[in-house]
Design a protein around this ligand. Structure first.
Ligand code: UD1
Ligand code: CA
Length: 459
């Protein structure tokens, strides 16, 4: 049976204590709702409708193309939310699959099995929990058939002792759902229209409801930051297990954080303490870490990055980065280049084989092939108002502690003397030195010692 999907995401998420709508909080680098919508899309629904309310504009802005939104205002409960969605959808006879927006661990197969349907008027997913507190309990009759779902706030002691809970995911036959929603009221502790009451209504009207037990981990709903962190840990483990299966070596999965959007090649090695975020891609044979943070960065084969922060950069084949480098957006290192200890770069290209080994800042710069940039070199790229470029030619040798006051160009194979403040272009092959001549005063140490001795004698 064809189906439409309704994702409930209008609730406030009070326990997050956050201005950000609950479903937009991230798990492994993606909003919870994005994970849910992936699982929903895999079931092949005719239409997908997200019910929004609190923070609706933000939630709507996050939706992928093809997913519709409808606004539930005010929020009159989960049953009311589904009514609003059905009104938005209009006529039709597809099944209706309902999923909450806060279940970021939901697996495609589980939801697909639910969406497949069956003969019953409704199928609900359940889980057996060690601690069912807070959930709606699944009440079964002596024959084992589902009788009703009773909310925590409406349950008596006997019902509260039931360990099987409703995880908030359902498949309904459309006509039965609409009829039941029209038939139920708001006579409960919260004065809301509960979607869960549809179950009892259907059973009472001789339309049996099926229950399918699911894995409590993947159906876990996130209500607060403790749950968010727990879900993040599980998702990250799944992501790493997938990459390890593909041949990626992960020394310590417990301290390795790889976001959903990252791509890794077989033969990559991740040392402990690595964070790979955003749209990062690492090619075969590259080694990252220990303790490195990469965001929106491409690392080509054989490169090695350790103890470094790299954002929006491209690290070429066999490049070495770190320890303690900070590469900022627009940095491109070509094959065999080096950005070494305590080196910061921004919007800078370093051509093949060029080295920046120690203690440097290069911003808005281009370094030519095989050039060597000495320790302590700084591009003075900012005059307080604007940024300017520095060009360093191929095979140039920048002496230690050179200040390159941009805009400035150092010609091919040119040399700057250590400690120079370079304010004018240097011709190819030339040496530019800017420093006062060294003076030498003979016998100074002895005279100084004698002066000290005299002072002490006087005291
Ligand atoms: C709901 C179920 C409960 C189940 C639990 C599983 C009901 C009445 N109870 O309880 O049986 O054990 O989920 O997590 O359905 N929402 C709306 N509009 C509303 C109210 C809620 O869109 O008016 C959305 C929320 O944003 C959320 C979902 O529906 O995504 C569930 O709402 P929530 O308030 O968390 O329901 P629970 O009390 O947890
Ligand atoms: Ca909930």
């Amino acid at each position: 049976m064809a189906h439409i999907a309704v994702v409930l995401a209008a609730g406030k998420g009070t326990r997050m204590r956050s201005a950000l709508p609950k479903v937009l909080h991230e798990v492994a680098g993606r909003p919870m709702l994005a994970w849910v919508l992936d699982a929903v899309a895999a079931t092949g629904p005719q239409r997908t409708i997200v019910v929004v309310g609190h923070g609706g504009d933000q939630v709507m802005a996050s939706l992928p193309p093809g997913v519709e939104a409808c606004v539930q205002e005010p929020q009159g409960g989960t049953g009311h939310a589904v009514e609003v969605a059905l009104a938005h959808v209009g006529d039709g006879d597809e099944d209706v699959v309902v999923v909450p927006g806060d279940v970021p661990l939901l697996r495609e197969d589980t939801l697909a099995a639910l969406a497949q349907g069956g003969e019953a008027a409704a199928t609900i997913l359940t889980a057996v929990l060690g601690d069912p507190t807070g959930y709606g309990r699944v009440v079964r009759g002596e024959d084992g058939q589902v009788k009703a779902v009773v909310e925590q706030t409406d349950a008596d002691a006997e019902t509260l002792a039931i360990a099987e809970v409703n995880v908030g995911m359902y498949r309904f036959r459309r006509a039965d759902l609409a009829e039941a929603l029209a038939g139920i009221g708001v006579d409960n502790a919260q004065g809301e229209k509960y979607l869960t009451d549809v179950v009892g209504w259907l059973v009472a009207h001789d339309r049996p409801v099926e229950a399918v037990e699911a894995d409590p981990v993947e159906t876990m709903g996130v209500n607060d930051h403790v749950g968010l962190a727990r879900a993040g840990r599980v998702r990250r483990r799944w992501i790493l297990e997938r990459w390890m299966g593909d041949g990626v070596a992960v020394d310590d999965p417990e301290t390795t954080y790889v976001d959903a959007g990252v791509t890794l090649a077989p033969g990559v090695r991740l040392h402990p303490g690595v964070h790979l975020k955003g749209d990062t891609r690492v090619e075969a044979g590259a080694e990252i870490g220990p303790d490195s943070y990469l965001e929106d960065t491409v690392v080509e084969s054989g490169a090695k990055i350790w103890y470094s922060v790299v954002r929006g950069a491209r690290v070429g084949p066999d490049v070495q980065v770190g320890p303690y480098a900070s590469l900022r957006p627009g940095t491109v290192l070509a094959r065999g280049a080096k950005a070494g200890t305590f080196v910061e770069m921004k919007n800078t290209t370093v051509a093949e084989g060029a080295k920046v080994p120690h203690l440097s800042y290069l911003g808005d710069a281009a370094v030519g092939e095989r050039a060597n940039v000495g320790a302590g070199t700084i591009t003075c790229n900012y005059d307080g108002y604007d940024k300017y470029r520095t060009e360093i030619g191929a095979d140039a040798f920048i002496g230690s502690d050179t200040m390159l006051v941009a805009p400035v160009t150092i010609g091919e194979a040119a040399v700057t003397g250590a400690g120079s403040v370079i304010t004018r272009d240097v011709a190819p092959g030339a040496l530019a030195v800017e420093r006062s001549p060294q003076r030498e005063i003979p016998g100074y140490a002895a005279r100084r010692a004698a002066r000290k001795a005299t002072h002490e004698a006087e005291d």
